[in-house]
Write a protein that binds this ligand. Sequence first.
Ligand code: SF4
Ligand code: SF4
Length: 363
Amino acid sequence: MKRPDERAFVRLPALAEQATTLEKCVFCPKLCRSACPVSNAEPRETLTPWGKMSMAYFMARGDVPLEKDFAATAWACTGCKACAKTCEHDNDVAGTLHKTRAELFTRGYAPEGANEVAAGFREHQASYAARTAAHQKANAKTALVVGCAYGEAETADAVAAAEALLGEPVTAISQCCGRPLRSAGDEKAFQENAAAFVRNIAPYTRVVVVDAGCAETLMRHYPVPVGGELLLQVAHRQLARLRPLPGAFELGLRFHDPCSLGRGLGVYEAPRDVLTQLAGLAPGEFMYARDRAACSGGGALLPVTMPEVAARIAETRVKEHEAEGGGTIVTACGSSLRMFRKAGAKAVDLVTLLRRSTDEPLP
Ligand code: SF4
Ligand code: SF4
């Protein structure tokens, strides 16, 4: 009998490229187990980062059959990358599980929720286009990527804040970046959408992104990263011009680091500096913050594939927020905003605070 490390990846050959990453987890004493929001909310060994990576490894090599129940573990991940921050190897669990999703999706083993997201993407796209229709400007040179997880109010706030900060008209891009397709595992459709998106923004001289998840997708996951900046960073460059918000102190602002913004893009100080300028004092912090921040539960389609677990993750964050004194959670991520509000918290997006600060012409 061949030694385990000599057996080929016969069932999911594309994962052979991830052999070292997978084996680091398979033979690890699970040092990151307390970091995973999914296995913390649903304490099952197979849902720890170790369990999910081991299952991907065993499926790839044919040690366990390709079955939907086993395959579902690849979707039991928010892509938060918290495990990598506690891992001695900085092991890319989120990226490897995404690749596993893609391999399983093409073979028909994706969970129903993921299949529905992929099949319904055209409809999703149409509803996003309708939401942004009022914010198209024929003469704009700047493309604003707001993000499909935001509602109409935050979309309007984003356009108004961007125009005030840039001092010129912007047009809201009406196409979704395709993050839901990537999370579903439909890599082919994701790549096609990415190519169309790049063509769509080509006429613009500048790309500004509002949602942290969209920014991570465009700048980290597109085959050729899109050069752009976050609206948050545009505001940060003009910190002294931002008008302090009356009453912001009373809101008791506490900043939650979106996983895509912090661990995804390495942006930690800019939102805190902007909030300090707007509120006149530094925002409150969660018990776990910056690169150790805990996920809201809203990432990588977890609210679709495991809705109860996603809700429990958000409820845990809200309890932590209340234990620290409550107030208003501030985020910079449409998915987190939804999760916190659904869990009963008072939550606001940074873009709404920026819009309020820029309601009147800036100095
Ligand atoms: S991510 Fe790192 S710490 Fe966690 S199981 Fe894998 S190798 Fe071990
Ligand atoms: S990326 Fe986040 S959700 Fe996924 S396995 Fe790691 S800690 Fe868990």
